[in-house]
Structure formats: structure tokens, C-alpha cells
Design a binder for this molecule. Structure first.
Ligand SMILES: Cc1ncc(COP(=O)(O)O)c(C=O)c1O
Length: 409
């Protein structure tokens, strides 16, 4: 037991996704032939025009501290983008820019949670949510939403879960890790419940907003404009513009929350990088959004490939993703199967180990996302890499034997 770590530090874990990625890298470093489908980031490079905007900002001498809540140019560009895309009227004061959407979420919880406050988290969830809640003294309340509900929370579940201690509901659409996308009527039903509980805030994480394969649902702020006073929208440049390393995300929130988050950010990191903000402002303001459209088409094509191939592998099942770049594969049909070395597959983590050991495919087990038995694979990889990975998964699964009882039955 450490003598110097706080209770707070003991409540957080290193990201399980990063851990899975590191394991794959370590094996690759030993010369193993590894296909990693672990990372939640586009494999594309940041578009040239965005890089050029960053270089131009450097040339202009934009190398100083920036206003804590974000540069005027970027906050204006974000507000204008929501006006153009969704007809939502925002002013720069409604917007806070941070070092990634993750920091926005952290600051929002830091600004609003007291010890024991509850945060409703539909599972499967992005693993950072419960940890960010815990590190800020809150209590994650996990609401399991399996395939039968399309991995989505419904109004009755929400109503039943709300207590006087509930502070937030977290919605992530399109979702990591399932690719589920909430439809208009589903969001409207959830809004109806929230109207009856004015003490509950709602965090709408739309970081994968631009990566969806069907028609877009109307924006939450258009479905429930009356809830704007207690809504935090989280978005950023990481996924849309392949800018994960630039660390620029933003939140749209009521003035009181923006101010409290800004005060916290002023003592954590100050304003985000000047160069990064200039680059993202240029990305949002550009008339040419071809990169975003091409990305959407590429991910849609891969989603289709995965959705076609996975169900053809005996023992695996998949609810086709409708957005983002993840598939959340049900592997319940393989639990109880036996590896050629006689070891049983008792959990999704065992299967994930087997895929890595047998065929060098790295994916992340469902336990990390709060719903088993599943594994998440990222299809933010080149088509050829994905095709190879799917063949490897099929081979690894084919090498498993059904349990003896099943063979005899
Ligand atoms: C659901 C979800 N929200 C937020 C983020 C944060 O992204 P960033 O901090 O790069 O903006 C991620 C990144 O993986 C994510 O998957």
C-alpha cells in the first residue's frame, strides 16, 4: 500500500484501451506479426490545409498564452459551425475550448460533483466516463443496455434510475464502443423524462457526430431546446479532422457552467495550444469539408464489411454499427469453447487473449466497457488491414472446439 497516494489517485486506473494497445505494441516490438484494432483514432493523417493553417499561425507569431476558455477565433468558428450545421444560435460565450473533449468532461464533473453525487452511465460506455466521475468524487451508476435495446437507454430505465442524488445523465451518440446512434424519438422520450427532474444535467458527447452512416437525428439542442440551461455538449477535432494528437476539444454549456469550468481550467492547463486552436478554427471555417465526407464514406464501407463478415463466423454476433468506427462483437457463443491447448474460454478476456496469441489480432474485451461477453474492434484502419484482421479472427475462432457436452448433444 502506497504511503503517499491519495484516495483520489487510488480511484483511477490507466485506460484499459491504452493498456491493450501497449500490449500489442510490446508483442510487435518482439517481432510478432500483430494487427492492432485497439486504437480509437483515425488512421488518416491530418489534412494538409489544416497543417498549413498551423504553420501560418506560427509565422504570424501565435506562440503565446491564449485566453483560458479559447481564442476568440476558435470560439467564433465553433459557434458559427453549430449555426450552419444545426441552426443553433450560439455566441462564443457559450463555448469553452480545452485540451480535448476529455478535459471538457473532466472539468464539467469537477465543477459540478460533490461526494456521492450520482452520474447515470448507460453501458457499454467509453471507459473514461466512470473513471472521470470517480476521480471527481462522484458515483457512476451503470445502466446496462444490451443488444435488445440497441445498446441504448430508454425512458423507463432512465426514470427508474433517477434519485435525488442524480447529478448527470451521460449520452454518447454515435457511441463508443457500439456505434449505436440515438434516433429522434428516443432522444425526445429521454428529454421528456428529464423535464420531470429539473435537478439532472445532461452531457451529450457527440465527438463522433460527423461519423454516422444513416440520416442524422436532429441535434439534442433542437429536440430539447428548453433543456439547454442544463445541457453540456462535448465535441472536438480529434475524430472529425484526424487531429487526436493536437488535443483540441470543446464544450457548449450554460454560462454558469462555462465560467466554472474556465476557472478550473485556469488552474489546470490554462488555454489550449495557440497553434492547435488556429488550425482547428481554419478546419471549421473551411468551405471545403471533403475530408470529413470521405472519412464518413470510408468508415461506412468498413462498417459494412465488418457487419457482413462477423456474423458469418460461428459463435460471433454483431449489431451493425450506425456510426463512429467501432464494432462491439457479441462473443457469448464462444464461451465454454476450448483452445487447442485444452484451456477453456471462460470470458471475453480469455477470447481476446486467444485472438492475440493465435493470430496476433489485438482487440479490447467488453469488461473494459461495462458489458460482457463482447469485444470491441476499431475499424479505423486501412481496408486491407481490416480484411486481414477479419480473416485472422475467423481462423482463430475456427481453431476452438465446442465444449464436450455440446459435441455430444
Ligand atoms: C466517447 C468519447 N468521448 C470523448 C473522447 C475524447 O476525445 P478527445 O479528448 O481526443 O477530444 C473520446 C476519445 O476516444 C471518446 O471516444
Amino acid at each position: 500500500m502506497s504511503i503517499f497516494l491519495s484516495q483520489r489517485a487510488r480511484r483511477v486506473r490507466l485506460s484499459p484501451i491504452a493498456a491493450a494497445g501497449q500490449r500489442a505494441n510490446a508483442l510487435a516490438g518482439q517481432g510478432r506479426d500483430i494487427v492492432a484494432l485497439t486504437a480509437g483514432e483515425p488512421e488518416f493523417d491530418t489534412p494538409e490545409a489544416i497543417k498549413e493553417a498551423a504553420v501560418a499561425a506560427l509565422a504570424r507569431g501565435e506562440t503565446k498564452y491564449t485566453p483560458t476558455a479559447g481564442t476568440a477565433a476558435l470560439r467564433r468558428a465553433i459557434a458559427a459551425r453549430y449555426g450552419r450545421d444545426h441552426g443553433i444560435a450560439l455566441t462564443p460565450a457559450d463555448v469553452i475550448v480545452a485540451n480535448g473533449g476529455k478535459q471538457v468532461i473532466f472539468e464539467a464533473f469537477a465543477a459540478t460533483l460533490d461526494s456521492g453525487d450520482e452520474v447515470l452511465l448507460p453501458a457499454p460506455y467509453w471507459p473514461s466516463f466512470p473513471d472521470i466521475v470517480r476521480v471527481n468524487d462522484g458515483t457512476p451508476v451503470i445502466l446496462s443496455c444490451d443488444e435488445r435495446s440497441g445498446f441504448k437507454l430508454d425512458a423507463a430505465r432512465l426514470e427508474a434510475a433517477i434519485t435525488p442524488r442524480t447529478r448527470w445523465l451521460v449520452l454518447n451518440t454515435p457511441a463508443n464502443p457500439t456505434g449505436a446512434v440515438y434516433r429522434e424519438r428516443e432522444l425526445a422520450a429521454l428529454a421528456e423524462v428529464l423535464r420531470r427532474h429539473p435537478h439532472v444535467l445532461v452531457l451529450v458527447d457527440e465527438i463522433y457526430e460527423q461519423i454516422r452512416f444513416g440520416a442524422a437525428a436532429p441535434h439534442w439542442l433542437n429536440i430539447a431546446p428548453d433543456l439547454r440551461g442544463r445541457t453540456l455538449v462535448v465535441n472536438g477535432a480529434s475524430k472529425t479532422y484526424a487531429m487526436t494528437g493536437w488535443r483540441i476539444g470543446w464544450g457548449i454549456a450554460p454560462a454558469e457552467l462555462v465560467q466554472a469550468m474556465t476557472a478550473i481550467q485556469s488552474q489546470v492547463s490554462s488555454g489550449a495550444s495557440a497553434i492547435g486552436q488556429a488550425a482547428v478554427a481554419a478546419a471549421l471555417d473551411a468551405a471545403d469539408q471533403t475530408f470529413v465526407q470521405q472519412g464518413r464514406l470510408a468508415y461506412a464501407r468498413r462498417a459494412e464489411l465488418v457487419s457482413k463478415t462477423i456474423p458469418s463466423i460461428p459463435g460471433l454476433r454483431l449489431l451493425p454499427p450506425q456510426g463512429a468506427f467501432f464494432a462491439y462483437v457479441n462473443c457469448g457463443g464462444l464461451i465454454g469453447h476450448v483452445r487447442p491447448d485444452g484451456r477453456p474460454i471462460e470470458s471475453d478476456a480469455d477470447l481476446v487473449d486467444w485472438l492475440l496469441e493465435a493470430e496476433g489480432v489485438a482487440v479490447v474485451d467488453g469488461a473494459a466497457y461495462g458489458l460482457s461477453p463482447y469485444f470491441r474492434l476499431s475499424f479505423a484502419v486501412a481496408d486491407a488491414v481490416l480484411e486481414d484482421a477479419l480473416q485472422r479472427i475467423a481462423r482463430a475462432v475456427a481453431a476452438l472446439q465446442p465444449a464436450q457436452a455440446e459435441v455430444m448433444a
